[in-house]
Ligand binder design. Structure first.
Ligand code: C2E
Ligand code: CA
Ligand code: CA
Length: 565
């Protein structure tokens, strides 16, 4: 018994220690031996019942079952597997012999195996199996408390490109950083699982109101939008999020996950980098205003769409330099439908590709006719929607528009938003370089309202920034807007970018912009969007030299000048 590596103690029926091997005494670090102590004193509280049962079993049947007891040793709490046996001493008393084998390494292995089976090895997050468990628990909990929860499925946009383009080690590192960020964006009581390559699921107890969902999904999305620094690469991602709420959108885990998934695919279709909450009516069917959508297809056939052109002028001389093409839809008997209403619908159902292609070709042809009257080169600036930009045939379309109209590449400007670039920066970069190779310029529309990383200004071949109307509107009174405009302008000058200020309506606004060396302006002050017919008239009029009366009137009454029609 003294030689055994196991713990060996003998006990009386009360559990008092009568003998302890030297190995046992060393393990426990009992300097004065263990005689007089009880076995129970060495065992952790949680295993006291198990010990009592083993003592009782051994007394009744001579041998107890094997029992795992956690022992307070010198260094740590260690797992031992004990078996207790009764034996009769030469003096005919019955005593118990307890032999304990050190299980701590086996125990740790078991725990590790359990962890591996339920967690993702790359990120350490719960895997699909554990997610199902947690979802069932969340449902049980919600039933008891009456407090619902939401499930969010999150897919990283642009991850595949990184993985394929830069290799799996970088893809893996990116996933690790991304999952760490996601965890930080969630609360402690939330569960985050990784269930596939770049797919994550979050369970969020209590987040059921649309305000709550908006808040957390916004946090999840924005934490993915900040640039990632991975092994010397600056990488950009975004996230598409789909949300389903218990119990409204599903009563069990399978239904909830399926609906969160469907919503997430919807978010992807809608141009990525957004969150969609499951809605049984909309998902799987054309979204938005169904009657508007039906009318739109009809409108294409009926030719209800047309284009207006808004002058972009030299801020100093006010001479027209170019035009932005703005799409219009006049519904017979119902009036104008604003682009802010129909463009998102066209974007969602794909009609934007058709409409956008037409707008691009028609604008280039129109520009030729404008130039014939103006007798000098002008340029045309055309809005390109995110979906159109990524369309496979987009570059062919560009070539056709230029070739067919006969304009030069540098007379065409494409207006895209920051969001378009950020959804899949690698793909965007490739497309941008092909566009620039045709001498066509890129203008960032609504600059400052979307994505807030300036890194892309360095990375992408951009020529023009359009300051959003929101920053111009309250100039020059608003100190904050003034500060923003100052900063954008100085940024643009240093980066050799041209600035176009949008939505200039008053003389003081123009003066403010002039003082900061803004090159171009576009707004009601210098020209509203107008029909090609009115543009031709305006250009013809501007061709007539010197209009002293008009100029004097402008100076006398600042802000009174009406757009030239
Ligand atoms: P945007 O590209 O920012 O277009 C500028 C908008 O500002 C236009 O609104 C224009 O009419 C308006 N605007 C210009 N100057 C002023 C001003 O001084 N004051 C005020 N209050 N507004 C001014 P619009 O025409 O309603 O177009 C709205 C949006 O619809 C556009 O915003 C653009 O995002 C989209 N859009 C228009 N045409 C097209 C198109 O052909 N393709 C695509 N993809 N989107 C288009
Ligand atoms: Ca625009
Ligand atoms: Ca704009």
């Amino acid at each position: 018994m003294e030689a055994a590596g196991d713990m060996v103690v003998s006990l009386n029926y009360q559990g008092d220690i009568l003998y302890a091997s030297q190995r046992t005494i060393d393990l426990i670090n009992a300097e004065r031996g263990l005689i007089g102590s009880t076995l129970s004193e060495l065992v952790c509280a949680a295993q006291q019942d198990a010990l009592q049962k083993a003592l009782a079993d051994a007394s009744a049947t001579r041998h107890s079952d094997r029992v795992k007891l956690r022992i307070k040793t010198r260094d740590a709490l260690l797992w031992f597997e004990f078996q207790l046996s009764a034996y009769t001493t030469p003096s005919d008393t019955v005593e118990l012999l307890a032999v304990g084998r050190d299980m701590s390494s086996t125990h740790a292995t078991e725990a590790r195996l359990r962890h591996i089976a339920t967690h993702d090895t790359l990120t350490g997050l719960p895997n699909r199996a554990l997610l199902s468990d947690r979802l069932r628990m969340a449902i049980a909990q919600a039933r008891r408390s009456g407090q619902g929860f939401s499930v969010a499925t999150l897919d990283l946009d642009g991850f595949k490109k990184v993985n394929d383009g830069l290799g799996h080690p970088i893809g893996d590192a990116l996933l690790r950083v991304a999952s760490a960020r996601l965890i930080k964006a969630l609360r402690n009581s939330d569960t985050l699982a990784r269930i596939g390559g770049d797919e994550f699921v979050a369970i969020m107890p209590g987040a059921v109101s649309s305000a709550d969902i908006k808040l957390v999904s916004g946090r999840l999305m924005s934490t993915m939008q900040a640039p990632f620094e991975v092994q010397g690469h600056t990488l950009y991602l975004s996230a598409s999020v789909g949300v389903a709420v218990y119990p409204e959108h599903g009563e069990d885990e399978i239904e909830l996950l399926a609906h969160a998934d469907a919503a997430m695919y919807r978010a992807k279709e809608t141009g990525k980098a957004c969150c969609v909450v499951y809605n049984s009516v909309q998902i799987g069917q054309p979204e938005h205003d169904l009657s508007l959508e039906a009318a739109m297809f009809q409108a294409v056939t009926n030719g209800e769409f047309f284009l207006d052109y808004q002058p972009i002028v030299d801020a100093r001389t006010r001479q027209i330099q170019g035009f932005e093409t703005l799409m219009r839809w006049l519904r017979p008997g119902l009036g104008m439908v604003p682009p802010s209403r129909f463009i998102p619908v066209a974007e969602a159902n794909g009609l934007i590709n058709l409409l956008g292609a037409w707008a691009l070709k028609a604008s280039c042809v129109q520009l030729k006719s404008f130039e014939e009257v103006a007798k000098r080169p002008l340029y045309i600036s055309v809005n390109v929607s995110p979906r159109q930009f990524r369309q496979a045939q987009f570059l062919d379309l560009l070539d056709q528009a230029i070739a067919f109209s006969g304009i030069a590449g540098d007379q065409l400007v494409l207006e895209i938003t920051e969001g378009t670039l950020m959804t899949d920066p690698l793909q965007a970069e490739a497309i941008l370089h092909q566009i620039v190779a045709r001498k066509v310029r890129i203008s960032i529309d609504d600059f400052g309202t979307g994505y807030s990383s300036l890194a892309y200004l360095k990375r992408f071949p951009i020529a023009i920034l359009k300051i959003d109307r929101a920053f111009i509107k309250d100039l020059p009174a608003s100190e904050k807007d003034a500060a923003i405009c100052n900063t954008i302008m100085s940024l643009a000058h240093h980066l050799h970018l041209t600035v176009v200020a949008e939505g200039v309506e008053t003389e003081p606004q123009l003066q403010f912009l002039l003082d900061r060396r803004c090159s171009y302006i576009q707004g009601y002050l210098t020209g509203k969007p107008m029909s090609p017919h009115s543009v031709l008239a305006a250009l013809a009029e501007a061709g007539i030299p010197a209009q002293p009366v008009r100029a004097a009137w402008d100076e006398a009454v600042p802000g009174s000048s009406q757009p030239t029609r």
